[in-house]
Design a protein around this ligand. Structure first.
Ligand code: P5A
Length: 441
């Protein structure tokens, strides 16, 4: 992609209503634009990142045995009346009527709809365990949408739903998702901390939130520095080990405001290890047993021949919120650097030649073609802006690798730079080899 043609409406100034780094960057770098309070359009740069995050989430869900499907955004109110949540959900639910005066709603979550699909199509324990998921837009009429896409009204969620014959089976599904979540966040370059959480309107009695440490996060958290040393790569995901993994992560005291207890905290965590900080909730998982299957009569024939209500859990990731969380963690001193797993482009070529200088243009074009031939997603800055302004723009765009083409370089020399590190003068072959190692290994 050539920058002169790329739809990237960069803003010179920080919009006054953007209070946190991620909101500021997303507006300035032309990633999103607000269309109504808490409702955003995703412009090409932002959309590229959102799609890359989706890919990683999808890979880890598939690896955990979950199956992707797609449910609609609009649901029938009747289903929610069956589960008993229609009235209780309150003003956060956007309620709609169609031309026949039928009550519909824009889905804030999908427990009811997936339970209906399950009960109409699964009759026997032989089809279990089953985990279904989709990645779909949700609407919650938040009382105070804020921080851009962090707390908005329309947002993209990955939501999975597990169905099991027994409580033990359901716990295994829960643990599999627990593992998949830690793995997903790790691949996104994020350190996520699982915390025991309240179940709120979803219900049930077992639930964990996954929180990314960031000063601008909405949740206050109390934990031990020791949790930062736990790494998911040190645990395998075979079924016997899953329990140990969940135990290792959950036996360290961690709580948000709602569950915090000072004396328990002091008892469980030494003063010097105590970590009191803020965080962003990027995921939330629930085990709620038969809460929906009972009221909605989702029954299966069990292995012992009786009709039983199926055991269920649900598992959410804030896909769009993750874009903000990644920025909060990686945007420092007005310079953004995307993790290589989600960067909107693999590498940038910055042509510093003056308008009249054909040499740098030809050289840049040549590098651009070579990189594209090697399947890299490249952004070539072929604009006539000054070098200072080009570098400023790339500080916003955040592509982690740059190839800088200037008129003083020898024909076969290239300036290659990883953001945050010194530049190197190298050959094009070296750059291609290096980028292959980084992106295609
Ligand atoms: C779990 C999956 C649920 O809705 N039902 C299906 C369960 N959980 S949740 O915690 O309410 O939401 C899951 C994740 O969605 C993100 N999220 C939001 N992101 C942006 N703006 C919002 N207003 C918003 N509300 C929830 C969070 O990351 C949350 O963990």
């Amino acid at each position: 992609m050539k920058l002169s043609k790329f739809f990237l409406p960069i803003l010179k100034d920080i919009p006054s209503d953007a209070k946190i780094k991620s909101h500021q960057l997303m507006l300035r770098a032309g990633m999103i634009r607000q269309s109504a309070s808490g409702i955003y359009s995703w412009l090409p740069l932002g959309f590229k990142v959102l799609k890359k995050i989706e890919i990683i989430i999808r890979e880890e869900q598939d690896r955990a045995g979950a199956q992707e499907m797609l449910m609609p955004t609009i649901q029938s109110a009747d289903l929610w009346k069956e589960s008993g949540r229609y009235d209780g959900y309150g003003l956060e639910m956007l309620r709609i009527k169609d031309r026949q005066d039928r009550e519909l709603l824009y889905g804030p979550t999908n427990e009811e709809l997936v339970t209906q699909i399950f009960r109409d199509n699964v009759k026997s324990y032989k089809s279990l365990p089953l985990i279904l998921y989709h990645i779909q837009w949700k609407f919650r009429d938040e009382i105070r949408p804020r921080f851009g896409i962090m707390r908005c009204r329309e947002f993209l969620m990955k939501d999975s739903y597990s169905f099991d014959e027994t409580k033990e089976g359901a716990r295994l599904s829960y643990n599999k998702m627990f593992y998949a979540y830690l793995k997903t966040f790790e691949r996104l370059g994020l350190k996520a901390i699982p915390l025991a959480a309240d179940t709120g309107p979803i219900g049930g009695d077992l639930s964990h939130e996954f929180i990314i440490l960031a000063d601008t996060g909405e949740s206050q958290i109390y934990t031990s520095k020791k949790i930062l040393d736990l790494k998911i790569e040190n645990f395998s995901n075979d079924e016997d080990n899953l329990n140990n993994m969940v135990k290792a992560f959950t036996e360290i005291y961690s709580a948000t405001d709602e569950k915090f207890d000072q004396s328990e905290f002091d008892k469980s965590v030494k003063k010097e290890d105590q970590l009191i900080t803020r965080g962003i909730e990027v995921g939330h998982i629930f085990y709620f047993g038969d809460k929906y299957s009972k009221s909605m009569r989702a029954l299966v024939n069990s292995s012992s021949g009786q009709n039983i209500t199926v055991e269920m859990g649900s598992y959410g990731i804030g896909v769009s919120r993750l874009v903000g969380a990644i920025i909060e963690v990686n945007y420092n001193n007005n310079v953004m650097k995307w993790p290589t797993t989600v960067t909107p482009f693999h590498v940038a070529i910055i042509d510093l030649g003056k308008k009249s200088e054909n040499e740098t243009k030809i050289k840049s074009q040549n590098v651009y073609e070579k990189l594209k031939e090697n399947y890299f997603d490249v952004l070539l800055d072929d604009t006539d802006e000054s070098p200072a302004s080009k570098f400023k723009n790339f500080d916003l765009i955040g592509i982690p690798y740059q190839i800088i083409i200037g008129s003083k370089q020898k024909v076969d020399e290239y300036e290659f730079k990883e953001v945050g590190f010194d530049k190197q003068i190298v050959s094009l072959d070296f750059i291609i080899k290096k980028l292959k190692e980084i992106y295609f290994n």
